[in-house]
Design a binder for this molecule. Structure first.
Ligand SMILES: [Zn+2]
Length: 135
């Protein structure tokens, strides 16, 4: 029997519906009232047949922004929605931690037609949180 694979379109649709579930519309200030600013600097890498690809980026999140902390994988065909930094941010907030550096391997599959091959995407990141001063 032929193994069933998702098409690129089906893969995109599935990722979109997973992402929609993460978009709650809840703002950072509602979940984390003491946060003034979150800065995330990150480097995404992905091994392609043309060699490694990597992109260095940064983002700043303000209290009015949605509490959404997923960075998409650099591999566009990947089956995963990306790297979820929510747990890191929750842990930092609980510990009132100001800076954290980490690295994640993508948990997705390389492409819809390569379900047995795990994605080679990685994320290296530094999260900086500024807290509101309590007077
Ligand atoms: Zn990936």
């Amino acid at each position: 029997m032929k193994k069933w694979h998702m098409t690129v379109t089906q893969n995109e649709k599935q990722k979109q519906s997973t992402l929609n579930a993460y978009h709650t519309g809840i703002r950072i200030e509602e979940t984390f009232p003491n946060i003034e600013r979150i800065e995330i600097g990150y480097i995404r890498t992905h091994q392609t047949s043309f060699g490694p690809n990597n992109v260095k980026e940064a983002m700043v999140l303000k209290p009015k922004f949605e509490a959404f902390f997923i960075i998409p994988c650099l591999n566009r065909e990947c089956s995963s929605v990306g790297f979820d930094l929510s747990n890191d941010i929750f842990d930092m907030y609980r510990a009132h931690q100001k800076e954290k550096t980490g690295r994640m391997n993508c948990c997705g599959q390389e492409a819809p037609d390569h379900p047995e091959q795990s994605c080679s995407g990685t994320l290296e990141y530094t999260i900086k949180i500024e807290y509101k001063s309590i007077d």
